[in-house]
Design a binder for this molecule. Structure first.
Ligand code: ADP
Length: 226
């Protein structure tokens, strides 16, 4: 068992899942006038839902909760709280996943209070039912056991954070380690083989060196910033 349970999600799966979600919404007989994406995770599903449900109006709110991949922050915050009048609109609020549900609860509270929509419903591709504090009106997948879904739109960010975490938390990466050793630890931690990540593995290592997090040594890599 890896230390952190991760599933690599492909672009094809995202299209397939969002199409499945759009069918559920359509079959309910309800149609939104406006789709609101919860930034940043809701962007791609929201854009695809516009396509599948034939919706033109797409806007967004930013509700932030997760600071790093697979590490949750204390409190969700709503950024750029602008106001619009939605009193004659049916609004569909869209996110990728309902995990704790904190960011969606915050976004729902804000929109209900400040935008006063005619109706507000929530859709997400996935819902982690044992931990979520709210249930979306529409969802495709009921996730029964917590897992980090590595979505294709955060691949570079997540892989970079995954690597950094090994250097920060694994005793065996205290001193410099070879790239092969790093790959071995990565598989042990996340259950993903770097070869599944194609160019993202190399890009992440380059990005971490540029940021000054990692330093290239004769042997391989070492952590620069503690
Ligand atoms: P929500 O209010 O949608 O449940 P959370 O506050 O739990 O969201 O998380 C906010 C965002 O963090 C999610 O929209 C998603 O982009 C990301 N996220 C949270 N949990 C996971 C997870 N288990 N796998 C992948 N991404 C996640």
């Amino acid at each position: 068992m890896p230390r952190v349970r991760v599933k690599l999600v492909s672009w094809d799966e995202i299209v397939e899942w969002t199409m499945g979600l759009s069918k559920i919404i359509e079959e309910s007989g309800w149609k939104p006038d406006v789709i609101v994406a919860v930034a940043r995770g809701g962007y791609v599903p929201a854009r695809l839902l516009c396509d599948f449900l034939d919706v033109t109006d797409l806007i967004s709110v930013q509700s932030q909760h997760w600071v790093e991949a697979a590490i949750v922050a204390e409190k969700a915050i709503l950024r750029y709280p602008y106001k619009v009048d939605m009193s004659d609109k049916r609004v569909l609020l869209v996110d990728d996943i309902v995990d704790t549900g904190e960011s969606l609860i915050l976004a729902r509270e804000f929109i209900t209070r400040e935008w006063k929509p005619l109706e507000l419903k929530i859709a997400a591709l996935q819902w982690i039912s044992p931990v979520a504090k709210m249930k979306p009106d529409y969802y495709l997948i009921d996730v029964k056991e917590w897992i980090w879904f590595q979505y294709p739109w955060t691949r570079l960010e997540d892989i970079s954070q995954f690597i950094t975490r090994i250097f920060r938390e694994d005793e065996r990466a205290r001193e410099e380690i070879t790239e092969d050793k790093l790959k071995e630890l990565f598989i042990e931690w996340y259950g993903i083989h770097p070869s599944e990540l194609s160019h993202y593995w190399k890009l992440a290592l380059e990005k971490l060196q540029k940021k000054g997090t990692l330093k290239k040594t004769d042997k391989g890599f070492k952590l620069e910033k503690k």
